[in-house]
Design a binder for this molecule. Sequence first.
Ligand SMILES: [Zn+2]
Length: 81
Amino acid sequence: MSLLSYTCPNTSKEVRTGIDTNATALAKMGSLKVGVGCPHCDEGHIVTADSMFFSFEAASATASREPQLAASSSTSGTASP
Ligand SMILES: [Zn+2]
């Protein structure tokens, strides 16, 4: 399960949208604007799809704050040296 997230422009905190999609679908959305509610500043934000990234519920160890998505790598969760 891949939940789309974005970074709140006011608080710079990560916000999960609850939108469950995958990298392929997200790539197709491109710069589509999505209206999302923000629990941090209690406002609505218009976020473009290409500025969103995936947040995985289970693995919160590697929290990348980069508002980018690696479209080329689908499952790169292994961090073994
Ligand atoms: Zn916000």
